[in-house]
Design a protein around this ligand. Structure first.
Ligand code: ATP
Ligand code: MG
Length: 272
């Protein structure tokens, strides 16, 4: 079973007059169960669009998307995935705690029906992202990075088999960012969740991923897929700083950077 299969997907946005914006052309992407795949590429190349197609927040104009062998729509209705996007997307009138508990209150498999059960889970998640003391605050009382951490906690609320994350750590300071990267690896090790992870950081993509997918400037296409054979998530967390200073890690960072800088010419360097 694969988590995500995108086949020949394209997305053209209607410009209103004349030719529309071609955001994606002919994108193929397969994400295995438990696999972490990063999408990296210049601003405007269609990374968020691709993630939105997988999440069924938008529909492709050509090609198809399957999530756990179902249509993207079915997977959305079954709440098969958690999402944490570029904008935190919190409900301003709900407290931090109530935002995290929201997915648990929704019906369907994995919902937590008891108040006490939900409170215990949200407390655990808020501790994980370091926001225990802010549980009763409203989103506008938090910094942008703190709001992002609430969104991450909410994405994890129902222990989904798939996480769709769009620059979730982009607004964070370097220390918090590295801590949450390690948390994401731990969560993967513990839950076996697959992750599609959008980032602008080459180092972050390499540290977290089994594979890094490099996209071209608009219209977005996949120009290369690079394997990152640096061990499983538990191994990586155990090695921590050691991994970030390993020559094998630097070699992969350089490889991704070269492909990104060479743009379209990179297509002959596909390693898998
Ligand atoms: N709803 C929309 N209507 C029209 N055009 C859109 C819409 N959403 C995205 N686009 C266009 O599609 C292209 C890809 O946008 P997208 O947000 O996917 O890029 P991105 O790779 O996520 O960029 P960034 O790294 O800056 O977040 C852009 O040219 C953008 O203008
Ligand atoms: Mg984006």
């Amino acid at each position: 079973m694969t988590a995500v299969v995108v086949s020949g997907a394209g997305r053209v946005f209607d410009g209103g007059s004349g030719a529309g914006t071609v955001a994606l052309t002919d994108v193929d992407l397969t994400v295995g169960e438990g696999e972490l795949v990063s999408l990296i590429g210049p601003s405007g190349c269609g990374k968020s669009t691709l993630l939105r197609l997988i999440a069924d927040l938008d529909a492709p104009t050509s090609g198809s998307v399957a999530v756990f062998g179902k249509t993207a729509e079915r997977a959305r209705k079954d709440q098969d995935y958690g999402i944490a996007f570029q904008q935190a997307g919190l409900l301003p009138w709900r407290s931090v705690r109530a935002n995290v508990e929201l997915p648990m209150q929704l019906r369907g498999a994995g919902g937590l029906s008891g108040r006490a059960e939900r409170a215990a889970r949200s407390a655990e998640l808020l501790a994980l992202v370091g926001l225990t003391d802010f549980a009763d605050h409203r989103p506008h009382q938090l910094s942008g990075g703190m709001q992002q951490r609430v969104a991450i906690a909410r994405a994890l609320a129902r222990s989904p088999r798939l996480l769709l994350m769009d620059e979730p750590f982009g607004a964070l300071d370097e220390m918090t960012r590295e801590r949450l990267q390690d948390e994401l690896l731990r969560i993967r090790a513990a839950t076996g969740a697959a992750v599609v992870f959008v980032t602008h950081s080459i180092a972050e993509a390499v540290y977290l991923s089994d594979r890094v997918v490099v996209m071209s400037p608009r219209p977005g296409r996949v120009v290369a897929t690079l394997d990152v054979p640096l061990g499983g998530p538990a191994d990586r967390v155990a090695r921590g700083i050691g991994l970030r200073e390993d020559p094998a890690y630097f070699e992969r960072v350089s490889a991704v950077r070269e492909v990104l800088h060479s743009g379209d010419a990179a297509s002959d360097r596909v390693s898998s």
